[in-house]
Design a protein around this ligand. Structure first.
Ligand code: IMP
Length: 499
C-alpha cells in the first residue's frame, strides 16, 4: 500500500514567528548573518561560509558573471548557470574570478622596448590609462616601470619614442610588497598622493595594482566574499549528464563551489556525479533538490557538501501541475532540517541545507532560516535587478525584466529534468514570464537584510544558529492571514503595499 502523509504540506505564508524577549544587546547592528555553505566537523570551521545567507539561482535569467560579482560583493554567492556550452560557462566563471576586490591583476602591460604609439593604441583598446612596464610585457613579469598620462606629451615626432625613455622607472616608484593589506596599500596611496600602487613579490615581479577608486568601492562593501587570493567566491551549476567534461573546465576556471542542478535530486545519477567529482577534484559540491529525510540522507551518504531543498515551489515552476510531484516548501524544509540535526548529533558532521525556491516576501527568508535553512536560493528575487542578465522592458506603464524557468521551452535545460529517458520526449516544467523591475541589487539587498536582522532581534537572536535554536513558529489560519495585511481601511493612493 502506498505511504500517505495525511498532514497537508505547508508553505511559508502559513507560518509566523512569535517574538521572544528582545534584550538591549539585540540591535540589528549586532546581528551577524554569517552562515556555513559546506559541511564541516564539529569544532572545525567550514571551508566556505557566506556573509549573508543568499545564493542566486542556477538560471539563465539570473546568474551570470555580472550577478556573481555583484552578489559576492555583498557577501553571498551566485551559481553561474550551466545550461550553456562548457566553454561559455567556464569563461563566465573565469571572468568573475578575475575581479580582485581592491587588488587588480594588471590588464594593460608593455615592455620598455615598445613605443608611445603602442601605449596610445593600448589605451584606446582597453580604456586603461595606467600601463605596467614589465620585462616580458606580461601581467606578472619583472616590474620595470609605470606609464600614466602624466609621463608623455603627444606630438608628431614623439610617437616613435621608446617607453624606456619616458616611463617612471622602478627605482622612482612607490610600491608595496606582496602580503600588504588593502588598508596599508591605501595608506601609501594617500601618503604619496598616488592614483595607483603596484604590489610586487620578493623578486620584484608584478603581483597586483591597487587603484584609489577600487579601494573606496571596497570600503563600501565590508561583507564581500573573498577567497584566499582576494578573488570573489564563485559557484557554478552542473548536471548529471556531461559532468566528466564540464567539471574539469569549471575547476580550471576557478569555480569554488559546484551544485548539481536538478528538479529531483533523489537519484542514482546524482550519486554517480558526486562520486566522480569527489574522486577526481578538490572542489566542493552541493546536490539536490530533495524534500524529505530519505533524499537528504541519500545525497549526504553519496558525499555531498550541502543539500538543496525544494520541489515545485519556484515562481516560474509548473512541475507540480505537469507531474504531480513536490511538497510544500515549509514542510519539506522542516523535515530535512530535522534529518540534518539528527545526522549532526550522530556523526558530528554538519551538512548545511539551502531552501531553494518559493521565497515571495522578505520575511519568508527569515522563516526559512528559523526553520533550519543555512541559506536560501532565489531566482525571482534576483531576476528583478539591474545585474540580472535579461532585458529590461516597458510593459504598459511599468518597467519589467524578463524571467524564464530552466524547464521552459526558452531555456531548454532538459538535463535538469532528466530521469534517464530518451531526449526529445521532453515537456515543459517552467514558464517564460516578466518580473517587476526593482533597481539595483545593492539597494534592495540592504533593505531585505535590514528586515531580516530586525526580525531576528524581535526573536531575541543575534546569529542564524541562535534563531534556529530559539525561534517559536506558529501556524496561522486562513482568517488570520487576512488579518495580517491592511484590512478594513480605505487605502490612499501610493500607500505602501507589502514587501
Ligand atoms: P524562485 O526563487 O521562486 O523564482 O525559484 C527559483 C528556483 O526555481 C530555482 O532555484 C530552481 O530550483 C527552480 N526552477 C528554475 N527553473 C525552473 C523551471 O523551469 N521549472 C521548475 N523549477 C524551476
Amino acid at each position: 500500500m502506498a505511504h500517505y502523509y495525511m498532514e497537508p504540506s505547508r508553505t511559508f505564508s502559513e507560518f509566523l514567528l512569535v517574538p521572544n524577549l528582545t534584550t538591549k544587546a539585540c540591535n540589528p547592528s549586532n546581528v551577524t548573518l554569517k552562515t556555513p555553505i559546506v559541511k564541516f566537523k564539529k569544532g572545525e570551521q567550514p571551508a566556505y561560509s557566506l556573509n549573508i545567507p543568499f545564493s542566486s539561482a542556477v538560471m539563465q535569467a539570473v546568474s551570470d558573471d555580472r550577478m556573481a560579482v555583484a552578489l559576492a560583493r555583498s557577501g553571498g554567492i551566485s551559481f553561474i548557470f550551466g545550461s550553456q556550452s562548457v566553454e561559455g560557462q567556464a569563461a563566465m566563471v573565469r571572468k568573475a574570478k578575475s575581479y580582485k576586490a581592491g587588488f587588480v591583476v594588471s590588464r594593460s602591460n608593455l615592455t620598455p622596448g615598445h613605443t608611445l604609439k603602442d601605449v596610445l593604441e593600448l589605451k584606446e583598446r582597453t580604456g586603461h590609462s595606467t600601463v605596467a612596464i614589465t620585462s616580458d610585457g606580461s601581467a606578472n613579469g619583472k616590474l620595470l616601470g609605470i606609464v600614466t598620462g602624466r609621463d608623455y606629451r603627444i606630438s608628431r615626432d614623439s610617437l616613435s619614442k621608446q617607453v624606456s625613455d619616458f616611463m617612471t622607472p622602478f627605482e622612482k616608484l612607490i610600491y608595496g610588497k606582496s602580503g600588504i593589506t588593502l588598508s596599508e596599500a591605501n595608506d601609501l596611496i594617500w601618503d604619496h598622493k598616488l592614483n595607483c600602487l603596484p604590489v610586487v613579490d620578493a623578486e620584484n615581479n608584478l603581483d597586483y595594482l591597487v587603484f584609489r577608486k577600487d579601494y573606496d568601492e571596497h570600503k563600501e562593501n565590508p561583507s564581500e566574499l573573498l577567497d584566499a587570493n582576494k578573488s570573489y567566491v564563485v559557484g557554478a551549476g552542473i548536471n548529471t549528464k556531461d559532468y566528466e567534461e564540464r567539471v574539469p573546465a569549471l575547476v580550471a576556471a576557478g569555480a569554488d563551489v559546484l551544485v548539481i542542478d536538478s528538479s529531483d535530486g533523489y537519484s542514482e545519477w546524482q550519486q554517480s556525479t558526486i562520486q566522480f567529482v569527489k574522486s577526481n577534484f578538490d572542489v566542493k559540491i552541493g546536490a539536490g533538490n530533495v524534500v524529505d529525510r530519505e533524499g537528504f540522507l541519500y545525497l549526504v551518504e553519496a558525499g555531498a557538501d550541502f543539500i538543496k531543498v525544494g520541489i515545485g515551489g519556484g515562481s516560474i515552476c509548473i512541475t507540480r501541475e505537469q507531474k504531480g510531484i513536490g511538497r510544500g516548501q515549509a514542510s519539506a524544509l522542516i523535515e530535512v532540517a530535522a534529518a540534518r540535526d539528527e545526522y549532526f548529533e550522530q556523526t558530528g558532521i554538519y551538512v548545511p541545507i539551502c531552501s531553494d525556491g518559493g521565497i515571495v516576501h522578505d520575511y519568508h527568508i527569515t522563516l526559512a532560516l528559523a526553520m533550519g535553512a543555512d541559506f536560501v536560493m532565489m531566482g525571482r528575487y534576483f531576476a528583478r535587478f539591474d545585474e540580472s542578465p535579461t532585458r529590461k522592458l516597458k510593459v504598459g506603464n511599468n518597467f519589467v525584466k524578463e524571467f524564464w524557468g530552466e524547464g521552459s521551452n526558452r531555456a531548454r535545460n532538459w538535463e535538469r529534468y532528466d530521469t534517464g529517458g530518451k531526449a526529445g520526449l521532453m515537456f515543459e516544467e517552467g514558464v517564460d514570464s516578466y518580473v517587476p523591475y526593482a533597481g539595483s541589487l545593492h539597494e534592495n539587498l540592504s533593505k531585505t537584510i535590514h528586515k531580516i536582522k530586525s526580525t531576528m532581534c524581535n526573536c531575541g537572536s543575534l546569529t542564524i544558529a541562535e534563531l534556529q535554536k530559539n525561534a517559536r513558529i506558529t501556524l496561522v489560519s486562513a482568517t488570520s492571514i487576512v488579518e495580517g495585511g491592511a484590512h478594513d481601511v480605505i487605502l490612499k493612493e501610493n500607500s505602501i503595499t507589502g514587501e
